[in-house]
Ligand binder design. Sequence first.
Ligand SMILES: NC(=O)c1ccc[n+]([C@@H]2O[C@H](COP(=O)([O-])OP(=O)(O)OC[C@H]3O[C@@H](n4cnc5c(N)ncnc54)[C@H](O)[C@@H]3O)[C@@H](O)[C@H]2O)c1
Ligand SMILES: O=C(O)C1=N[C@H](C(=O)O)CCC1
Length: 268
Amino acid sequence: MTTSTPVPEQHGATVEAGAAPVVPVGVLGARGRMGTEVVKAVTAAGDLELVAMVDAGDWLFDVANAGAQVVVDFTRPDVVMDNIRFCIDHDIHCVVGTTGFDEERLATVAGWLRAKPDVGVVIAPNFGIGAVLLMRFAQEAARFFPSTEIVELHHPGKVDAPSGTAARTARLVAAARDAAGLPPSPDATTDSLPGARGADVDGVRVHAVRLTGLVAHQEVLMGAAGETLTLRHDSYDRASFMPGVLLAVREVRRRPGLTVGVESLLDL
Ligand SMILES: NC(=O)c1ccc[n+]([C@@H]2O[C@H](COP(=O)([O-])OP(=O)(O)OC[C@H]3O[C@@H](n4cnc5c(N)ncnc54)[C@H](O)[C@@H]3O)[C@@H](O)[C@H]2O)c1
Ligand SMILES: O=C(O)C1=N[C@H](C(=O)O)CCC1
């Protein structure tokens, strides 16, 4: 274990005869809200071994020196690109939950990976299975409704708005609306305070709420004449993201190149 913070010793993990070797895993952002949960989940998984915990001010080389084969990144949008670059350069697979990825950033990561054809990177704005299903349901339903707006609601410690999940949901909905030939959602607003109508993500309005007591929540509201459809997902606990994170950690070595979202890992 290479870390600045003591954690339960993992090197003693034993492998039964014939069992697959344990996968050495490093966690970036290890002292954060998500990183703490990932450290717990990796530590509890018999087929994974936590070998490095790195947070702000620690030495990134620790993950390479510790022999991590897979790194999980839950840091910040302003540092995540440097972390991914480092991992790819050192032939370490990455599972990235940090948000802030637009098409340009994704293309940059895909470009780095072309030089390392054996390395896999999974980037997902949301590892919650319910949140991923909500995105899919919204995509399916979008073409039937003239109007769609999104409300995302999060804890007040969140630094980015709108959430990565809401931005991706909006882009998926917008693509589905375009494919169906729908015009823009009707909206007569000509007079408003700045921000009152939310952010415009590919023509879909996204409203961000920050409220003490919340964790991560999203509503997609769709309207047609005389009816509305509301899709809502709630993460009440960060444990909700762990099955998706562990699935990605186990799968990423078998999926070279860039995978965006966990949909394909879930056969969706
Ligand atoms: N994909 C998902 O399912 C999912 C779920 C929850 C949160 N998130 C995203 O994960 C990110 C982290 O969220 P959080 O709530 O854990 O934030 P947080 O602020 O609690 O944790 C971030 C941690 O990263 C550390 N950090 C900063 N710079 C670093 C660096 N250069 N190297 C290593 N560590 C560094 C910080 O010190 C902090 O401990 C955000 O972008 C958030 O939106 C994604
Ligand atoms: O707590 C956060 O921060 C979250 N970030 C992701 C996002 O921006 O979509 C996922 C949900 C929680």
